[in-house]
Structures are given as C-alpha cells and as structure tokens.
Design a protein around this ligand. Structure first.
Ligand code: GTP
Ligand code: MG
Length: 330
C-alpha cells in the first residue's frame, strides 16, 4: 500500500469497492484519482486507476448503446445496513427471508424458485437491517447483477443446504464461481491492494436445515471439505433454531450506533426512528445526514447519553455513542 493515502482517498476507495452500478464505480474511481497523493510511490496506482477509468467508460458506453446493463438491478439501501443471502438452489434463502422479515418470497422444494432479488427488513430491537434474497448460484448459473449486490452489501450470508447430499458441493460451486471473478467472500470486507477492483465482502457461513436427521453428519463433512474462516451460524430457517443468534450477529457485524434526534423546541426526542451511524461517527456526520445546511451552520449540540451528563454541550467532533439523544443547534 503506497504511503500517505488520505482519509478522503480511503473513503472513496471504500465507496468504489461497494459500487453497485458502473456509474457509481466510475464516479468513485475519478474521486480516487483526484484524491491520490501525487508522488513517485503512487505512480503505479495512478496508472492503474486511469486504466480502470477508461475501462469503466468503455463499458458504460457499450451498456448505453446495447441497452444491456451488466450490473443492472439496484436495490436502494435501507435500514442500518444490508446483508445479501447467497447459496446454491434449495439452500433455504427464501425460507430464511420469510422467517426474518415480513417479505413473502416463494419457498418451494424444487431448485431455481427465486428468479429475481427480493429485499425485506429484519428487525433488531428498534432498528431494521435490510436482507436481500437472491436467485441461486451454480456452476452454470450466475446473474451478472449479483456482483453489484454482493459488493455493495455490508455482509453476505452463504447458506448451505444440509438437507441433501448435494448441498456441500453446491456450496463449493458458489465459492468456486466467485473465485473466478473479482467479487469474492472473506472473513472481512476489503479491497485487494495489488489488484484494484478485486473486492472481498465479509461473509458468514450459514448451514441450514439443522432440524433434519442427517444434518449433523453433513455439517461435519462440510467442515472437512470446505475449510473456511468465516464465522459460522447453523440454523433451521423453518424451525427457528439459531435464528436469534444469527439476527444478533448480523446487526453487530454492521458496527453501527443508534442516535435519537431531539428538536430544541421539543420536550421529548423522537424515539420512533433512530438514525444509525457507523461507530466512530461524529455529531458533524449526523448533522450532514440530516441536512447539508445544518452541518454548515452547526454551532453546538446537546447530548443525553451514557458517555456524558444529561444535556452536555458538545462540538461537532463529539463521537456518537449508542442510544445518545442529540439536539443539534444552529
Ligand atoms: N427441513 C427444513 N426444510 C427447509 C428449511 N429451510 C428451507 N427448507 C425447505 O427447503 C426447500 C427450499 O427452500 P427455499 O427457501 O425455496 O430455498 P432457496 O434457497 O430459496 O431456493 P432457490 O430459490 O431455488 O435458490 C423448501 O422445500 C423448504 O421448505 C429448514 O430449515 N428445514
Ligand atoms: Mg429462493
């Protein structure tokens, strides 16, 4: 990694890694090129960025002229974060979405039931996490828009069918397919240092159907045949086993804090709809989220919370804590 990359550059890099469309990809590559410190140590990376930019422009042009989108389908992000459900056919992705959200995707005992991505909102205490059900991935079947869905997600849940002998192979096929692309799964999300464009999305392994008799034996076999360092959460999507532990782990993996806003004129904060921010975010980040103008004109904030006395006056650099009540003053 070249030295002295600025926070602005690293932020653009993270946005680029998570770009769900070519337009977004191009935009953030351009910001990266603009923000990269210009010196000898970054020559190679600068050249690589320029190459990527011209590649993205060409792809965009061909998308526009053919009308065929390679990354199409964009599901707007909602809630505290997004987890995408992946797996071979019949793994139970749709059954899982049904159990955790109010969405009602079709669940059926035959493969290729799901034909298009379906989002749903999973409650966790007083906030929601977006889950996205997807069509299966097999050795011969992969929807190109899956790249965008996986890259832009905070987390991928790799479901494995413990209900059939083919489940383990199906799981291997998913990983093998992804390993031939620039969109891969890993224990942590990051962008490859050598090959800009190679993106790893943090993943959990989710063996499903533990209610079935042979599931335990197959789970052991899975560990032997597919050694992975992903955190593992065995579940039964239909019987409910393990779902609460997984719900909790999904939310905690997002590493966000909840903040309740209070208007200076109101007696009570708005407890219905907390904002969520990545841990480490500040009062200024919050002001920006509410309204750009607010951030520009912010004078101070009052905070009620665990880290400060009730109503403490803080500046923009105050780091938000979970369950803080914040009153922004301009
Ligand atoms: N015993 C048992 N069966 C399950 C469980 N979860 C799902 N199933 C069954 O497995 C079959 C496939 O479930 P789906 O949720 O449709 O699987 P999917 O991964 O969405 O499948 P595709 O859409 O084809 O990719 C259905 O018959 C479900 O009833 C579970 O926890 N236990
Ligand atoms: Mg399905």
């Amino acid at each position: 990694m070249p030295a002295n990359l600025t926070p602005q550059y690293l932020k653009a890099e993270e946005e680029y890694r998570r770009a769900g469309t070519l337009e977004e990809e191009l935009k953030w590559l351009q910001v990266m090129l603009q923000e990269i410190p210009k010196h000898k140590g970054t020559d190679k990376l600068q050249a690589e960025l320029k190459r990527k930019i011209s590649e993205a422009k060409k792809q965009l042009q061909s998308e526009r002229s053919t009308g065929r989108k390679t990354r199409g389908i964009r599901i707007p992000r909602q809630g505290a974060g997004t987890a995408v459900l992946l797996g071979g056919p019949n793994a139970g992705k749709s059954a899982f979405l049904r159990s955790m959200t109010r969405a009602t995707p079709e669940v059926a005992p035959y493969p290729f039931t799901t034909k298009a991505p379906i989002p749903g909102m999973m409650p966790w205490e007083d906030v929601f996490v977006q889950l996205i059900d997807t069509p299966p991935i097999t050795a011969d079947y992969f929807e190109p828009y899956m790249h965008g869905l996986i890259r832009s997600a905070d987390l991928a849940l790799l479901l494995v069918d413990l209900g059939s002998d083919g489940g383990i192979e199906d799981c291997q096929a998913v990983l093998e397919h992804l390993s031939k692309t620039k969109t891969r799964l890993s224990a942590q999300s990051y962008l490859d240092e050598e090959d800009v464009g190679l993106s790893y999305t943090r993943a959990f392994l989710v063996p499903n159907k533990v209610d079935l008799e042979e599931a335990a034996v197959r789970l052991e076999l899975l560990h032997e045949l597919v050694p992975l360092d992903f955190p593992e959460y065995p579940i039964s999507a239909e019987q409910g086993t393990g779902l609460e532990a997984l719900r909790d782990a999904i939310y905690r993996s997002l590493d966000v804090v909840r903040v309740y806003s209070k208007l200076p004129t109101a007696k009570q904060p708005d407890l219905q709809r907390p904002f969520t921010f990545r841990r480490g975010s500040t009062v200024l980040d919050m002001a920006e989220e509410v309204h750009k103008e607010l951030a520009k004109n912010l004078k101070f904030a009052r905070v009620w919370g665990s880290a400060v006395h009730d109503g403490t006056v803080v500046k923009g650099d105050y780091v938000l804590q979970d369950k803080d009540v914040v009153e922004l003053h301009v």
